[in-house]
Write a protein that binds this ligand. Structure first.
Ligand code: FAD
Ligand code: GLY
Length: 389
């Protein structure tokens, strides 16, 4: 008889065992860290590892370009995560044997007309007040750096410290590294329900894709909810259910010629452009409130292509490679939801919205540390799940 696909996770020895729900970059990186620390870790993923927002993203590591006017604690978290990126990448590349295409050419935020230039200046002044390392450029100075930029570009802000990574490779590498460190990652395992009893987490109910009519109860000493947009649908969490909703983003990629037409990430008013070393140029992304809809629409692609053409006219000549859409996990206040919940053994790592790729190293370190030490690292204290109670 074929064993049940979840049998490997269904033994009764809960001691030291952690179950992570969701195999996006957040769940996998936490699992990797916990396995490295010697914990027994099982990751349950309803679909394929990396198939959620983590596979749909653009991979920009952009704490400064995306700096908002109300995000003091978040900007610190983003900058700290970016600071950890080079060492994180080196360790992960060594552990997985994969190259992650971590690129440090930087980012240009560009203005196409006078209104954009005013907005960009306003944003630039805010970045300068925060003492961030940014530089104002004229249109000609921007074109000297990126000669294929449109002649209509009026001005730009150079942000050399905002980098990028291939997020699909990142997810693949984390999957490999977590398994090599001893974590068990089970794909096609849907978590329906979490049991909390006497103020602590006890177990969860999960169904395997191959045996949907035979749900199993899996016991664990600790549980990390890292299910992205799916986090809210997990039953049994009561008032702790994380208030996360999906914000749809459509994207496409085109193929650059051997002589690449762009080296830096460019952020324009209507789109962003992200060049990969393999010659793909990613163009993203829409921001739409459409629930769990992941359809790619003609209107969405039209808007992105219009914005890309205004910024980098040569785009019109390039072959289309792929189109896709993903769902950003966005919380009620747009900030991530991280750490202990007040229920013993239950932690959250969700709601990373537009910055989950950037925030992966710091989230993995801090949530693993919180779980292992039963404390809250100060960096993630402002993002406690308790703020929504
Ligand atoms: P996910 O990758 O969605 O992983 C969650 C996983 O949980 C999924 O695989 C899902 O199948 C699984 N799951 C859900 N429910 C259950 C359940 N009940 N049982 C078992 N498994 C379950 N961020 C950046 O930093 N830079 C960018 O440039 C960037 N660009 C983006 C562009 C787009 C178009 C989008 C959509 C997002 C972008 N993001 C970017 C945001 C980033 O992708 C997310 O913040 C990040 O991927 C969140 O990771 P995650 O692991 O929490 O979620
Ligand atoms: N951070 C880019 C996006 O969410 O589209």
């Amino acid at each position: 008889m074929t064993p049940h696909p979840l049998a490997i996770a269904a033994d009764d020895t809960t001691e030291g065992r952690v179950i992570v729900i969701g195999a996006g970059v957040i769940g996998l990186s936490i699992a990797w860290r916990l396995a490295q620390a010697g914990r027994r870790v099982v990751v349950l993923e309803r679909d394929a590892a990396g198939s959620g927002a983590s596979g749909a993203a653009a991979g920009m590591l952009a704490p400064l370009a995306e700096v908002d006017f109300v995000e003091d604690a978040l900007i610190d978290l983003k900058r700290e995560s970016l600071r950890r990126y080079p060492a994180f990448v080196a360790q992960l590349e060594a552990a997985s044997g994969l190259s992650l295409d971590y690129r440090t050419e930087g980012t240009l935020a560009v203005a196409i007309d006078r209104d954009d230039a005013e907005r960009l200046r306003h944003h630039f002044d805010h970045q300068r007040r925060l003492d961030l390392p940014v530089q104002w450029l004229t249109g000609d100075q921007a074109r000297a750096l990126e000669p294929f930029l449109s002649p209509s570009i009026q001005a730009a802000v150079s942000i050399p410290s905002d980098h990028q990574i291939d997020n699909r490779r990142l997810a693949q590498a984390l999957h490999l590294a977590a398994e090599r460190a001893g974590a068990v990652v089970i794909e096609g395992a849907h978590v329906d329900h979490v049991q909390i009893d006497g103020g602590r987490v006890r177990s969860l109910n999960a169904r395997a894709r191959e045996a949907p009519d035979q749900p199993l109860t899996l016991r664990a000493e600790a549980l990390v909810v890292a299910a992205g947009c799916g986090s809210r649908a997990i039953a049994g969490l009561g008032p702790l259910s994380p208030p996360v909703r999906p914000v749809k983003g459509q994207m496409l990629s085109v193929q650059m010629p051997a002589e690449h037409v762009l080296t830096r990430v460019v952020r324009a008013p209507e789109c962003y452009l992200v060049p990969r070393s393999d010659g793909r140029l990613l163009i993203g992304a829409t921001s739409e409130e459409r629930g769990f809809d992941t359809a790619v629409t003609a209107g969405g692609l039209f808007e992105l292509l219009r914005g890309a053409y205004e910024t980098l006219p040569v785009v019109a000549e390039l072959d289309l490679v792929q189109t896709w859409a993903g769902l950003r996990p966005c919380s009620l206040d747009n900030d991530p939801i991280l750490g202990h919940t007040g229920v013993e053994g239950l932690l959250m790592a969700t709601g990373h919205y537009r910055n989950g790729i950037l925030l992966t190293p710091v989230t993995a370190d801090a949530v693993a540390e919180a779980l292992l030490t039963r404390t809250t690292p100060p960096l993630i204290a402002p993002f406690s799940p308790a703020r929504f109670l």
